[in-house]
Design a protein around this ligand. Sequence first.
Ligand SMILES: Cc1cc2nc3c(=O)[nH]c(=O)nc-3n(C[C@H](O)[C@H](O)[C@H](O)COP(=O)(O)OP(=O)(O)OC[C@H]3O[C@@H](n4cnc5c(N)ncnc54)[C@H](O)[C@@H]3O)c2cc1C
Length: 392
Amino acid sequence: MKHLIIGCGISGIHIAIQLLDNGTRGQDILILEKSGYNCSKLFTIKENAIRDDGKHEEVILEMGPSVMHSKQEEILKLISKLGLLNTIEKVNPKEKAFYVYPGLPSDEVKKIWKELKKRVFEVEDITLTLKEASKKVLNNKEYNILKTCWGEWYEMCDCNLQILKKSMEEEGEYLIMKGGFDQIITKGIEYLEKQNVNINFECEVTALKEFRVHDNKGNEYVYEKLYICGNYKGIKSIKTDIPLIKEYLLLGKSKNCLRFYVYFKKKVNIPYKFIFGNFLGKFSIKYSDRLWLIAYPDGELATKLNKMNKRKIVNDWIKMINNNFNLDIIIKDVGLEYCCYWEDAFSILKKEGVTKANIIHNKLKENNIIITCLPKNKGESSAWMEGHLYKL
Ligand SMILES: Cc1cc2nc3c(=O)[nH]c(=O)nc-3n(C[C@H](O)[C@H](O)[C@H](O)COP(=O)(O)OP(=O)(O)OC[C@H]3O[C@@H](n4cnc5c(N)ncnc54)[C@H](O)[C@@H]3O)c2cc1C
């Protein structure tokens, strides 16, 4: 093959579309995908839920990515190319947040939390992670408030503070996709197949040599240009004798996460979109009066919740809501629940990998290999799809 792509997730599709745009014929592109059709991390569930008044409603649950931002150029170009720009919606930045912390009212916790975050963000030491910087400038009680009420704490705490600050400053407006992010994959596959690009599903690449690739069915493919667009764990499991690829893969690590949605038959009527703080899920988001993401953790908290009885997490959330808002939700009000645990949710670069990854990436490019399974540019703090979309 002239162009061989491993992986039919968003990053593989993005590469294939760019090749076509640059004049490559569809017949000269082949994608090998380990799983079945539309099985990447862009995973949207559409369900028919029944309300307490007997009416039906369709609910959309993003079990994978749920948000992007307006300064992410490559993903926006891809969405536009696939005719999906009309599905993009801004998240209202004025949505209110409620803070749960024992012995303190929400408004006060919110004020304290903001002040603590400001103090930590003033630390200028370039070697410290968010967690290390917080421990350096806060006492135990302050540290506990900051950590407990920071929704994405376990996603961010091991990031280098300066890189985190920079990437947060560069964020644009938050955007969601009506109908679900998996439309990028379904529309992308449809587009590629129309242009005669072949996609071999259920075809796992198991070995990788210079100019040769082997799959789990005993086939060998000879390539001129190779694009390694699988997820980090999937690519790490490929046997390879190419030293630069081995070196590149040592620079990253996987992060896990958990998403837990509950649809309540009756309304959970409160004027807040976000709840942060002292309950098992730590971070909760309202999608409608009935549909709530009751837990949104990464890292060690995701591992802990994954091992727990799921009913316990729902009961804890209901108790938290009833106590704080004087409601009378009961377990029988639960109409649907979906919990999804990802072992390899996203990959990050280790501290020492931040500059080295770019160097290796460029060297591989000189050898006609592009690899996207570790994030570009943003270094340690990149949990975004955009981090894997390489411009050719
Ligand atoms: C719960 C969750 C929430 C997230 N939230 C966000 C968010 O809000 N915003 C955001 O921007 N990002 C988010 N992300 C991260 C985002 O999903 C990833 O960055 C993005 O999907 C990476 O795309 P990819 O194409 O590189 O990898 P993937 O989507 O993992 O696709 C890789 C493909 O390669 C295939 N593959 C792997 N190994 C092989 C092999 N050996 N042979 C053949 N095929 C192989 C896999 O089967 C898979 O289909 C989230 C992820 C998760 C799990």
